[in-house]
Design a binder for this molecule. Structure first.
Ligand code: BDR
Ligand code: CA
Length: 313
């Protein structure tokens, strides 16, 4: 099968970094048409810079990286330096990127790419707040039926929330954008906390990256070490969830995952539960299913894939 053409929409973030590395290390499965940065974990000035740092680390400075929206559609930006550090990529020191930012706005790139490729041939992979994707849909509704699929990291049902008691970070930051995307009619696969909390960076799994003896392997080990401290303290878990790489792993090896087609709606009104992904897991309404909501993963298989691919870089 020809590699799947994707756009990664991202707010790096250490787990975003691992997702991007996994995609760039997998040319037989994935062709990265471009990376679009959005404000999220840290402000846009840092996410677009971090995306370029990651491409250079992967030895792919020719990758096109675009800067997108610097604030959510209707709200003030909420960031997550308490998880990712001041730069968003805290942990190991990395040099400032040499590769340039691509000219033009990320939203225009998303629109033009979907218009210029055959309908149904480009998959969108959002792993940050959905501001760029929703803006593209609002500005150019003709692109919606041209999207092959949206595979995103966001939301939760059984795990409920990580930034508030009832909301996951990516959805909480821009709930209006998430609402537009979930109502769009595009085919959507969701990697919620219910599945990402099952792919934990245990000691032996991090050591496998370190043992590669490569610059990238060491970086991944140190990033996940940094990122992990917060989650271990918070959840008392064995390690940190590698949220965003689940999106890319799904594209490469969907058999590692399973879930249910359900209706998902986004809470945009309540102060108490803002950004909640209300998933009709038990089918108690007659609301039509609009997303494949993943909740199970073969974590050992996931890390075997990740380790093999990162080892190539
Ligand atoms: C999501 O929020 C970000 O902090 C991570 O990069 C991930 O995309 C997890 O809730
Ligand atoms: Ca992210």
């Amino acid at each position: 099968m020809a590699p799947r053409k994707i756009i990664i929409d991202t707010d790096p973030g250490q787990d975003d970094a691992v997702a991007i590395l996994l995609a760039l290390a997998s040319p037989e499965d994935i062709e990265v048409l471009g990376i679009t940065a959005v404000a999220g974990n840290v402000p846009l000035a840092l996410t677009q810079k971090n995306a370029r740092i990651i491409c250079e680390l992967a030895g792919k400075p020719e990758t096109r990286v675009f800067a997108g929206c610097d604030a959510p559609l209707k709200r003030k930006l909420v960031t997550a330096e308490h998880v990712h550090g001041k730069t968003g990529l805290d942990g190991p020191q990395l040099p400032a990127p040499v590769m340039p930012l691509s000219p033009g706005h990320a939203v225009d790139f998303i629109i033009e790419t979907l218009r210029n490729h055959p309908s149904g041939s480009v998959t969108l992979c959002p792993i940050g707040p959905l501001t760029n994707i929703a803006t593209a849909m609002q500005r150019a509704p003709d692109i919606i039926p041209r999207i092959a699929e949206i595979v995103l990291m966001g939301g939760a049902y059984f795990e409920v929330g990580n930034i508030t008691p009832t909301a996951e970070f990516n959805i909480y930051v821009d709930p209006e954008a998430a609402d537009i995307v979930f109502r769009s009619g595009a085919a959507i696969t969701v990697m919620p906390l219910d599945v990402t909390h099952k792919v934990l960076t245990t000691r032996p799994r991090i050591q496998a990256f370190r043992d590669m003896g490569t610059r990238t392997g060491t970086m991944v080990a140190e990033w996940t070490d940094f990122f992990e401290r917060f989650d271990i303290a918070k959840y008392g878990s064995e390690g940190a969830p590698l949220h965003d790489p689940c999106v890319i792993a799904w594209l490469i090896a969907p058999d590692l995952f399973s879930g249910r087609k359900v209706n998902v709606e986004i809470e945009t009104q309540s102060e108490l539960t803002l950004g909640m992904t209300v998933a009709d897991w038990w089918g108690v309404t007659d609301r039509a299913a609009n997303a494949l909501f993943i909740n199970e993963v073969d974590a050992d298989g996931f890390f075997a894939l990740l380790t093999e691919r990162i080892g190539r870089l």
